[in-house]
Design a protein around this ligand. Structure first.
Ligand SMILES: [Fe+2]
Ligand SMILES: [Fe+2]
Length: 135
């Protein structure tokens, strides 16, 4: 069983962004699968790298749309993105420097953050972007 299953409630009504969110969820689930197979620590480094790369790509994509259409909540939303990037980089740094890192803690944090952000801040831009013809 996967950690997070895509739910219709997660849709932001923008096809490309839903696709990117599904990809983010899939990267998180890789970590979950690795843990289940008893190699959480082994896959953690690789998954964190993937996550860092993909979140950077995804956040840039959303922020490009905010800038393009002057989305009113741009500043707050960008702040949330920056905080997540910071947190994931911290996990990665701790991991690389050999500090004990709790895989379960990372997973819980990511699951909470991602689902809350999608159904909160991200869903908030749906009607705005749809109104600009972004669907
Ligand atoms: Fe997003
Ligand atoms: Fe976002």
């Amino acid at each position: 069983m996967a950690l997070v299953t895509w739910h219709s409630n997660y849709t932001v009504n923008v096809k490309e962004i839903d696709k990117q969110h599904q990809q983010l969820i899939s990267i998180m689930n890789e970590l979950h699968d690795g843990m289940k197979a008893g190699k959480g620590k082994e896959v953690l480094s690789r998954v964190l790298d993937e996550l860092i790369k993909y979140t950077a790509f995804h956040f840039k994509y959303e922020e490009m749309l905010f800038d393009k259409f002057s989305y009113p909540d741009t500043a707050v939303h960008k702040r949330q993105h920056a905080d997540l990037v910071q947190q994931v980089l911290e996990y990665k740094e701790n991991f690389d420097s050999g500090k004990k890192i709790l895989t379960i803690e990372v997973m819980d944090f990511l699951k909470e953050w991602l689902t809350n952000h999608i159904v909160g801040a991200d869903k908030n831009y749906s009607s705005f972007l749809n109104g600009k013809g972004v669907v």
